[in-house]
Design a protein around this ligand. Structure first.
Ligand SMILES: C[S@@+](CC[C@H](N)C(=O)[O-])C[C@H]1O[C@@H](n2cnc3c(N)ncnc32)[C@H](O)[C@@H]1O
Length: 225
């Protein structure tokens, strides 16, 4: 294990400075953060949202697995170039209806975001034109035990150079074994997903220790289809 032996780690002052230096989030992003926690709706961290925005800024066709109330979707939608689109999948229509209302409030045209209300694996097995691809950014944030199968289904629909991003790969310390896991909680599958993607020479992959762990990979331009 090679690890920096620096005696300094970023602290609260550094994190506050990072937040103060960043562009203030859109008011609807802040509104979503305010409703998600009290209602127990899982959304990604603001830091991870900022990374998603960076990655989305020059993308044209985004696919997201796991919409909830559309927080991560909005980070990407606000960063997309003109004409960029997002397809987002979540079987929970009550959540995605709220998401649509919030996206409208943020001024995102309906045509920018297509919602698919089906379990993702069923949707990928169907013949929906919206899911045909090719996609240049994939964001995975639904059932942890299915991450690998989402990626397997999407792999033939990725453009060379596409980004693949997945949230919760640290799984609150369970993936590394730093905290105990239990059978069926998705830990084993997350560990396998991270190991397989990291070892795949078609991708360059990094796991960022922000939020609950954000995996970021890119499909190499010289990778075979
Ligand atoms: C962690 S939340 C998504 C959070 C969202 N990406 C964000 O950061 O704002 C996970 C979502 O996955 C949805 N979900 C559950 N099963 C699913 C499936 N089989 N396919 C797609 N989405 C699913 C849930 O309804 C839930 O809203």
């Amino acid at each position: 294990m090679v690890r920096s032996d620096r005696s300094w780690e970023p602290g609260h002052a550094d994190l506050d400075w990072i937040e103060a230096t960043g562009r203030p989030p859109h008011p609807v992003i802040v509104e979503m953060e305010g409703v998600a926690e009290p209602e127990g709706i899982p959304i990604l961290s603001r830091d991870s949202g900022r990374i998603l925005a960076v990655l989305a800024a020059n993308r044209r066709r985004v696919i997201e697995v796991g919409t909830a109330i559309g927080y991560s979707t909005l980070w990407m939608a606000l960063a997309l170039p003109r004409g960029g689109t997002i397809v987002t999948i979540d079987p929970d229509r009550s959540r995605t209806d709220r998401a649509r209302a919030l996206w409208r409030k943020a001024g995102v045209p309906d045509a920018t975001i297509t919602v698919v209300n089906e379990p993702a694996l069923e949707a990928f097995a169907g013949a929906s034109d919206a899911l045909a691809g090719p996609f240049d950014l994939v964001f995975i944030d639904a059932l942890k035990e299915e991450y690998q199968r989402y990626l397997d289904a999407l792999r033939p629909r990725l453009e060379p150079g596409a980004f693949v991003v997945a949230d919760n790969v640290l799984w609150s310390g369970r993936t590394s074994g730093g905290r105990p896991s239990s059978d069926g909680d998705g830990t084993v599958e997350l560990r396998d997903f991270c190991a397989r993607l990291s070892a795949d020479p078609a991708f360059e992959t990094a796991i960022l220790p922000i939020g609950d762990g954000l995996l970021v990979a890119t499909l190499r331009m010289d990778a075979g289809a």
